[in-house]
Design a protein around this ligand. Structure first.
Ligand code: NOJ
Length: 551
């Protein structure tokens, strides 16, 4: 490996807050969140202790996949505002010592991007080779790959006999061809444009799939068929290293990769070769789904959640720790309790999130214990992945009425569940806007007090607890730098230590509704740094009790 200049690792140990712009704050009351709305909440984020904001895509887009289908990388989607608004966001954030990380979606563009439009119009266009256009010959499709959202990964090109284009996601998201030098340059120009504006880094969408080594048929699998030809390919390593050599090594920046299907060795390869600085691990996020098709749910077990997390903690150089994002269900709904132990379980999960080693990611609303919004109807469904899945399900189970299929699907999977508008206060639409119909319904439980306003005034709130954890982490070298040692893991509780030199912090977490036998009497109560439950029982960890103490 060449000797390279080491970039600053300032991104490490930061508190990173993910904003899903559509749902954060709608300043102009048109039903969609926007950049001015984000600016109006910067003081709130500062007060929470946020140091970096990761913005889900705000570029120009037909919004088929809510911005993960970009039609112009150099413009801001008018529903979010203008480039001036975005510049203002960077400046206002900077004044508060907050840095902005953008979502970089380069595996595919929107089918509305002029690259693709031109390629469709003119077979001799240079943009034709920016994508994968292939003739199926005598076959039904050029190969047997499927889209991540179910169904074939190929779409027929209109008015061209037997011609198809590749899309690993929806047909509105054609895949870019990273064998083409020009494509690499286009992406570098986009990154440079935003880095020069003062953007701090990028969250790289499905980044370990960008390079397709060959277009041969894949082995039979239900999900990611063809994956052996495009997941973690040597070509992807080369492209990412090019980005570093050509551009990123010259900036104080960082890249966090969205990387499913990754072993810990592969993760370290990306990090050690300066291709990515850190990445999201996926196995824990699928811990309550069946292996061959995670949409189908199985009972949540703490061991299934923590085993992959602990593995990555111990094996990967720098991990990005998260329990929620815009693609996953809300963690308190999945791993905690939304009824009797709502507060306790949200806090216990927060202890896990903050006490693990790595950069900490909080998804908007997680800090007030927002829950899944599941009351939506088939007509209200927005998520393109659920629409695709419903179409596929209808083909397979044609004898079941569509509405019933939706109900079943919606009870297991629908990315809309975690995308409902942010709950600010108890006014109309939870203060998301001034009353215009929001693009997705607001969760009614804002009327029961799950709002920022309510949480701000309650000394025992989840929000206050998050603030305590932020300050605990930012002020503790052990939490920031210490090694992690797992002492115990069962489906009832876990115990781990964080150690630095001769100092040690111990973490105990019960993620169940039942009390669990544990000799709490042996813990010196003076040494307790934080606990998700105010009371102690000498012999038991109480339901959803998480205790952090110095040893
Ligand atoms: C991952 C993103 O998080 C998700 O929202 C999107 O649908 C796919 N990548 C495709 O871009």
């Amino acid at each position: 490996m060449d000797q390279v200049k080491k970039r600053s690792d300032d991104f490490k140990n930061k508190i990173i807050y993910q904003i899903y712009p559509l749902s954060f704050c709608d300043s102009n009351n048109d039903g969609y969140g926007d950049i001015q709305g984000i600016i109006s909440k910067l003081d709130y984020l500062k007060d929470l202790g946020v140091q970096i904001i990761w913005l889900s895509p705000i570029y120009k887009s037909p919004m088929f996949d809510n911005g993960y289908d970009i039609s112009d990388y150099y413009s801001i989607n008018p529903i979010f505002g203008t480039m001036e608004d975005f510049d203002c966001l960077i400046n206002e954030a900077k004044k508060r010592d907050i840095r902005i990380v953008m979502d970089l979606v380069i595996n595919h563009t929107s089918d509305q991007h002029y690259f693709f439009q031109d390629a469709l119009k003119d077979k001799n266009s240079k943009y034709r080779d920016y994508y994968y256009f292939r003739n199926a010959g005598k076959r039904k499709y050029p190969n047997n790959w499927n889209s991540a959202f179910t169904g074939p990964a190929w779409e027929k090109v209109p008015n061209e006999d037997g011609m198809f284009y590749l899309h690993l996601y929806t047909k509105q998201q054609p895949d870019l061809n990273f064998h083409n030098e020009e494509v690499i340059k286009e992406v570098e120009n986009v990154m440079k444009f935003y880095l020069d504006k003062g953007v701090y880094g990028f969250r790289c969408d499905v980044i370990n799939q960008i390079y397709k080594t060959s277009l041969k048929n894949g082995k039979f699998r239900i999900l990611n068929r063809g994956g052996e030809h495009y997941i973690n390919q040597e070509g992807t390593h080369k492209v990412l290293r090019r980005f570093y050599d050509d551009l990123l090594s010259k900036y104080d920046t960082f890249l966090v990769g969205e990387t499913s299907n990754l072993t810990t060795d592969e993760a370290n390869k990306y990090i050690r070769n300066h291709e990515l600085d850190t990445m999201f691990e996926f196995e824990h996020a699928m811990c309550d789904g069946v292996k061959w098709f995670p949409i189908i749910k199985k009972k949540f077990k703490m061991k299934n959640l923590l085993k992959p997390i602990y593995l990555w903690q111990n094996k990967v150089d720098w991990v990005s720790v998260y329990l929620e994002n815009h693609d996953q269900r809300r963690s308190v709904t999945r791993f905690g309790d939304t009824k009797k132990y709502h507060k306790e379980s949200a806090k216990a999960l927060a202890v896990l999130l903050f006490l693990l080693k790595g950069s900490t990611y909080v998804y908007q609303g997680q800090e007030i214990g927002m829950t899944d919004y599941t009351d939506n109807t088939m007509e209200e469904m927005d998520d393109c992945a659920t629409k695709y899945a419903l179409q596929t399900a209808k083909k397979l189970f044609f004898f079941i009425p569509k509405r019933k299929l939706f109900k079943i699907l919606n009870s297991m999977y629908n990315r809309d569940h975690a995308r409902s508008p942010m709950q600010w206060d108890c006014s109309v639409n939870a203060g998301f806007n001034q009353g215009a119909k929001p693009w997705l319904k607001v969760n009614k439980n804002y009327m029961n007090g799950i709002t920022v306003e309510q949480e701000k005034d309650d000394p025992n709130s989840i929000l206050k607890f998050y603030k305590k954890l932020v300050s605990l982490k930012t002020n503790s070298e052990i939490i920031k730098k210490g090694d992690i040692k797992v002492i115990f893991l069962s489906n009832k509780y876990t115990e781990f230590e964080r150690c630095l030199d001769d100092k040690k912090i111990c973490v105990l977490i019960n993620l169940t509704k039942k009390k669990v036998k544990y000799p709490i009497a042996n813990i010196n109560k003076e040494k307790i740094l934080i606990s998700s439950v105010e009371t102690y029982d000498d012999k038991y960890l109480l339901p959803y009790q998480a205790i952090v103490y110095e040893v």
